[in-house]
Design a protein around this ligand. Structure first.
Ligand code: 13P
Ligand code: SF4
Length: 319
């Protein structure tokens, strides 16, 4: 705790000195989330992170999350410096959707509106008509479908299938997945619901269909937190990364939160349901962001210009 306090103080001083602010995701450690809050930064879902970074006057953004979040910040505000505790923090959805293969997929479906999830590289976004996050994916699909548009969706097949089921949109899909959410087990969840009949089930839509089917609420991380605060249930089963528990407990201190099972019969573990890339963010590498030269986000200006269009569209749609 002593060392942690010293690190936090050092980082706070550096933030002021460099006119910088922390933009953190709910899946980062409780220490990082608390520090972001204490220093006037934000802890948010990926859509709100993009908006906060765009609107905040600080000259430097410290993005504590995964790489696509840093790239989004840089594309939306190229005049700002965007640093990350580590550039190694990626995402299985981003890895599973290489830009060249994705371009070939788009070329094969020229009649479709290209809608990509925010969890992609800048080069993939540059090929898109729309960028969406989980909080607005369904509304965008409904909007396009109502106008008779056919959709090419990438890269998360679970979120895509959920959106397709709910909207009835005509969609062709890339076959990517999140390695964290894909692990939630439907059988184990059904068993857990029997043990806790008064619990509401809150599920992130990157989870498999049989898990989503059992949800009382399906939504982005912010939507999950809002539901937990607003619903009357005394306890909640949560199917998303365990990092979200910090905020859930802070926002609804009298309620109980249980992680959905990732193993066989109701089994779970402390290290399960936790994104290995989000876990690369720590106070230690956050404290040295200003000293190192290996952690500044750079996006090719030609790609950035193309990717800015669908990203701005995302912010405008969500406004
Ligand atoms: P949210 O936009 O819901 O925060 O999701 C981001 C993410 O990476 C989920 O795994
Ligand atoms: Fe990507 Fe899944 Fe990690 Fe989110 S939790 S950053 S979708 S790997």
């Amino acid at each position: 705790p002593e060392q942690e306090r010293a690190l936090k103080e050092r980082i706070s001083g550096l933030l002021k000195q460099h006119n910088a602010v922390i933009v953190a995701h709910y899946y980062t450690s409780p220490q990082i989330q608390a520090l972001a809050e204490e220093t006037g930064g934000c802890v948010a879902d990926s859509l709100e992170m993009a908006r906060f970074g765009h609107d905040h006057p600080a000259q430097t953004l410290i993005v504590a999350g995964v790489r696509f979040m840093g790239e989004t910040a840089k594309i939306l505000t190229p005049e700002k410096r965007v640093l990350m505790p580590t550039l190694e923090a990626t995402c299985s959805l981003d890895i599973g959707c290489p830009a060249d293969e994705f371009a070939a997929f788009c070329d094969a479906h020229p009649d479709r509106e290209v809608v990509v999830y925010a969890n992609t590289s800048a080069a993939v976004k540059a090929r898109a008509d729309w960028v969406v996050t989980s909080s607005i994916a369904l509304q965008v699909a409904e909007y396009l479908s109502d106008r008779g548009r056919k959709i090419l969706w990438a890269p998360d097949r679970h979120l895509g299938a959920y959106v397709q089921r709910e909207s009835g949109a005509d969609m062709v899909m890339w076959e990517g997945a999140c390695i964290v959410h894909e692990e939630f087990k439907a059988r184990g969840l059904a068993d857990m619901k029997k043990v806790y009949p008064d619990a509401a089930v809150l599920v992130h839509p990157e989870s498999p269909a049989a898990v989503i089917e059992q949800a009382d609420v399906v939504g982005s991380t912010t939507q999950i937190i809002n539901a937990a605060r607003e619903m009357d249930n005394p306890r909640f089963i949560i199917a998303t990364d365990q990092g979200i528990f910090y905020k859930l407990q802070q926002q609804a201190p009298d309620k109980e939160f249980i992680i959905a099972p990732t193993g066989g019969k109701g089994a779970t573990c402390r290290s399960c349901a936790h994104c290995p890339w989000m876990a690369m963010n720590a106070l230690e590498n956050l404290a040295t962001v200003f000293e190192r030269s290996d952690n500044e986000i750079a996006v090719d200006p030609v790609i950035a210009e193309k990717a800015m269009r669908p990203l701005r569209r995302m912010l405008d749609f969500a406004a």
